[in-house]
Design a protein around this ligand. Structure first.
Ligand code: FMN
Length: 378
């Protein structure tokens, strides 16, 4: 029996038009690159470009830059909720209080804080209009569900849709909205918790439990995300009923991603094995390597601003720290699977995932056949 055919053809690969049920997770905040997306798509997976930080007039360029490097399907990802509600009522006093809590870092790294008030640059409504015009093969999203009109327009244009759930209730809502696939994002995942029905702190189910909960709750194909970085994770996810996996941290560590060299080397080292969920970098809960900033701000009275204003406040600090080669006060997004990282080229990572999963599936089948034969003899 050809083991590779047995595992890689799923309802998800059929819907997306890809060869292997492996999604390179989108990276927002400027961490994505067209090279990474294309490398994964060209290797038969689904590359994804996280475009939440791109202004509407930049989105056609994003789609064009990926299309220049691959003719295969790929996804562009947006955040349905781009701002916390509290941003609208933000006061100077709240800004001053948050700044006072981090002022010492600005002094230490010689950074200038941004001028209050924060200005909203663009909305999801403007981004999605531009993205629909650019018409990528797949539109994936987090932090909510786009309106019915948007999902209908995607279908009309032949754009496949992939939503993200952190609870079975969110998955059920995405399924009812008619998305083509649902990412079940477990608590192990790197980056932001994409919760949209309950607070992220109340939506912290691990991948193993979440995938079975979601598979049992929905009709759409489910893609498991969080802590998966090798063939064992892929086989486990498929055994739980997922039709695909979404891998973030292992691709973030590859040369093609836009993460800094310092961040990548930490992912491969001891530091990458110690991650924590914190709201203190951006205002929303996200998983980062535990560094000095995380440690020193982990007090109950640390004042921070709503998303995305906290990130806007800290951006000049992060830029100054990176320029000085320090990882002490910058977000170092990482999932709990960093100890599994081995590859620095996306095409090598894809090739290893495919061949090692085929081997593992083949081995399992041999074992089961031998056990059957043993049972028959006994
Ligand atoms: C730096 C970083 C940025 C991310 N940005 C996004 C994003 O904008 N949209 C999204 O759907 N997922 C985002 N994610 C989640 C990943 O796409 C993926 O689901 C997750 O990393 C999987 O877990 P893992 O890191 O344990 O492999 C991000 C993850 C990281 C590490």
């Amino acid at each position: 029996m050809n083991a590779s055919i047995a595992w890689n053809a799923t309802a998800f690969t059929r819907r997306m038009g890809i060869e292997y049920p492996i999604v390179q997770g989108p990276f927002g905040g400027g961490f994505s690159s067209a090279q990474l997306v294309a490398a994964v798509s060209n290797a038969g997976g689904l590359g994804s470009f996280g475009a939440n930080a791109q202004a509407p007039d930049e989105l056609a360029g994003v789609v064009r830059s990926v299309r220049a490097l691959t003719t295969k399907p790929f996804a562009v990802n947006l955040w349905v909720s781009t701002h916390d509600e509290a941003v609208a009522g933000l006061t100077r006093a709240a800004y001053d209080k948050a700044l006072a809590g981090v002022r010492r870092y600005f002094d230490e790294f010689g950074a200038e804080p941004p001028e209050f008030p924060y200005q909203v640059r663009y909305t999801f409504a403007e981004q999605i209009r531009a993205l629909l015009d650019a018409s990528p093969p797949v539109f994936s999203f987090i932090f909510g569900i786009p309106s019915r009109d948007i999902l209908i327009e995607c279908r009309r244009k032949g754009i496949a849709t992939v939503g993200t759930a952190t609870t079975a209730e969110e998955a059920h809502a995405l399924d009812a909205a008619g998305v083509d696939a649902i990412v079940a994002s477990g608590f192990e995942a790197g980056g932001h918790r994409a919760s949209f029905l309950k607070p992220a702190e109340e939506s912290l189910t691990g991948t193993f439990s979440l995938v079975t909960q979601v598979v049992d709750a929905v009709k759409a194909p489910v893609v498991a995300a969080g802590g998966i970085a090798d063939a064992r994770g892929i086989v486990a996810a498929l055994a739980l009923g997922a039709q695909g996996v979404q891998i973030g941290t292992a691709f973030l560590a590859c040369d093609e991603s836009n993460a800094t060299a310092m961040h990548k080397s930490m992912l491969f080292g001891e530091a990458g094995r110690h991650t924590v969920l914190t709201r203190h970098f951006t205002g929303r809960l996200a998983r980062s390597i535990r560094n000095r900033f995380v440690e020193e701000t982990s007090t109950a009275d640390f004042a921070f601003l709503p998303y995305p204003v906290q990130g806007w406040l800290l951006k000049p600090l992060a830029q100054a720290a990176i320029a000085k080669g320090s990882a002490d006060v910058i977000p170092l997004w990482a999932g709990q699977g960093a100890h599994l990282l081995r590859h620095t080229k996306a095409s090598d990572l894809m090739a290893a995932l495919v061949s090692e999963t085929s081997a593992l599936v083949g081995m399992r089948e041999k074992q089961l056949t031998a056990e059957d034969a043993g049972d028959a003899e006994g």
